[in-house]
Design a protein around this ligand. Structure first.
Ligand SMILES: [Zn+2]
Length: 177
């Protein structure tokens, strides 16, 4: 899985972060190894959360990405889990930041791996999707890194406009039900 640590066929990390030797090598699936000092530095899979929020008329809350990567493409509310945070707490925080509303009950929906290219580095994520009840969507307002919020009828969802493979998969499964 060299894609995580190489970009356009060059290694993006050359120097050991511990001893500074220009000696880093790819190690196993998701780590670097420094033969000078023996450091093994892992790029572990990052947990991320995705919210499926439906309004009273059956429309799905869709976000327009305001920042790279995939700026301007469609996404669902969500983001990376912070260190020490549960997936549920991360989802409540992200929905609060991006939509300005509070999540009530949530039900685990499924997981999918994703690749997230940011500034030349590919990050491997595991995206955890939840169906979220939001009792009051009336005050919904785009915040944080969201440019715009859309309410989309299920039959009008165009999967090709969504930024990430994992989200397209969640939507496909969600729309089947
Ligand atoms: Zn080293």
């Amino acid at each position: 899985m060299e894609w995580m640590i190489s970009y356009q066929n060059r290694n993006v990390f050359l120097y050991c972060p511990l001893c500074s030797a220009k000696a880093l090598k790819a190690h196993k699936k998701h780590a670097f190894y420094c033969p000078e000092c023996g450091l093994v530095f892992y790029l572990n899979v990052a947990a991320a959360v995705v919210a499926l929020v439906v309004d009273g008329q059956g429309r799905l809350v869709v976000t327009v990405r305001g920042q790279k990567p995939k700026q301007g493409m469609l996404d669902l509310p969500g983001g990376f889990v912070d260190p020490g945070e549960s997936a549920e707490a991360a989802l409540r925080r992200e929905v609060r930041e991006e939509l300005g509303v509070e999540v009530g009950e949530m039900t685990y929906f499924g997981s999918a791996p994703n690749r997230y290219l940011y500034k030349g580095v590919h990050y491997a994520t595991e995206d955890l999707a939840f169906v979220c009840q939001v009792p009051d969507l009336s005050g919904m307002q785009a915040g944080d890194d969201v440019r715009e919020l859309l309410l989309v009828k299920p039959e009008e969802i165009d999967l090709n406009k969504f930024a990430f493979e994992s989200v397209r998969g969640f939507l496909l499964k969600f729309l089947e039900h």
